[in-house]
Ligand binder design. Structure first.
Ligand code: PLP
Length: 363
């Protein structure tokens, strides 16, 4: 294997290749890219080739490339943050690389060395660090992508692949405080099923959801609450993990999130919130199946405290309402909410207000 940081070749932009940086206030997610990208090609004969950082450019691939036909593709989503002290930090990149390796295995794409990849990503972020907004509500989104490129239509494991990484500056997800969203829960649609790949960040999982997302928007909602099974289990909200904060029948406070049973994407944010809450030891923290019936009952008995999504893009996203089987259920929300507290605790780590083992400095 030659996927070594020590072999990294860096070709930086000439001054005329540099792009103007957009205003932080006009940043639309995923629309602006930094000046450079990282590429690491692979083929089955030679294995990994040397990593290269070069000016961002279009890819040249054969029209038969497997990614274009059988969606042999996977991706990751992580962020770099500019701290209040000016230092730049990644958040738990080892978790993203472990998840990426797991997805690669299921996609028949080759394994790579996670530590070497993190070193290469750090170098890319350093080179483009001027793109990271000077703001503690903004960040740099990192999109590692892995595609099968061999020009062959056989439905077979790839002999040629490309792992690349691109970067986007992103503005605040919420411009004025956490804004609760409304959800459409329609059990006729599922995003994930037992034995499937819903727990993996494969591109093929996302294309079929866009139509349903559009439908929820037409009905006046912002996101889809994905249900599963005849008992209408809550699984995820949009592309976020879901948390329900409630009182159980004994009156004890409980934070519930669905278990990693193969239907749920194992979010790094999900894991981090669970770990934080378990450290706080102030309420029960449970990974278990939760159904719409249980949520509605808690709602009726006024035991429902909060529902929120969790993911890298927004950290936490409170839920205002759920439209389900002809009813609109309003979810309570308070100023001093748990989601607000998680948002603050995670922000303290991201922006270096708190020194923490999860924050990895890039320089
Ligand atoms: C990426 C993703 C998440 C959140 O994962 P994080 O690692 O916390 O960003 C949750 N659900 C789905 C479907 C996702 O694609």
């Amino acid at each position: 294997m030659e996927d070594r940081y020590s072999d990294l070749e860096v070709k930086t932009c000439t001054p005329d290749q540099l792009h103007p940086k957009p205003d932080t206030s006009s940043l639309v997610f995923g629309k602006y890219f930094t000046d450079h990208m990282l590429e690491v090609p692979w083929n089955s004969q030679k294995g990994w080739m040397k990593p290269v950082i070069s000016p961002i450019h279009d890819l040249q691939i054969h029209p038969a490339a497997k990614v274009l036909h059988y969606a042999i593709e996977l991706f990751e989503g992580m962020k770099a943050y500019r701290g209040e002290d000016g230092r730049i930090r990644l958040f738990r990149p080892d978790r993203n690389m472990a998840r990426m390796l797991n997805t690669a295995k299921r996609a028949s794409l080759p394994a790579f060395d996670a530590d070497e990849m993190i070193k290469c990503i750090k170098k890319l972020v350093q080179i483009d660090k001027e793109w990271i907004p000077h703001s503690t509500t903004s960040s740099l989104y990192i999109r590692p992508t892995f595609i099968a490129t061999d020009p062959s239509l056989g439905v077979a494991s790839p002999n040629q692949a490309l792992l690349y990484v691109i970067l986007c500056p992103v503005g605040p997800y919420f411009t004025s405080g956490l804004k609760p969203i409304s959800l459409m829960a329609d059990p006729q649609y599922v995003r994930s099923w037992p034995g499937g790949c819903g727990a993996l960040k494969m591109g093929a999982n996302y294309a079929p959801t866009i139509f349903i997302q559009k439908k929820s928007e037409l009905l006046g909602h912002q996101q889809v609450l994905w249900l599963y099974g005849s008992d209408h289990q809550l699984t995820e909200v949009g592309t976020m993990n879901i948390f329900v904060f409630m009182k159980n029948k004994n009156g004890e406070k409980e934070l519930v999130t669905p278990p990693l049973d193969g239907l749920i994407l194992p979010g790094v944010t999900r894991l981090s919130l669970l770990e934080l809450a378990r450290e706080w030891k102030e309420f029960n923290v449970v990974e278990r199946t939760i159904t719409m019936k249980e949520v509605i009952q808690a709602h009726e008995e006024e035991r429902l405290l909060e529902i929120f999504g969790a993911g890298t893009a927004c950290v936490v996203c409170p839920v205002a309402s759920i439209s389900y089987q002809g009813h609109e259920y309003t979810i309570p929300s308070t100023e001093s909410s748990l989601s607000q507290r998680f948002y603050k605790a995670m922000g303290d780590i991201h922006y270096g207000r708190l020194q923490h083992r999860w924050a990895v400095e890039v320089d």
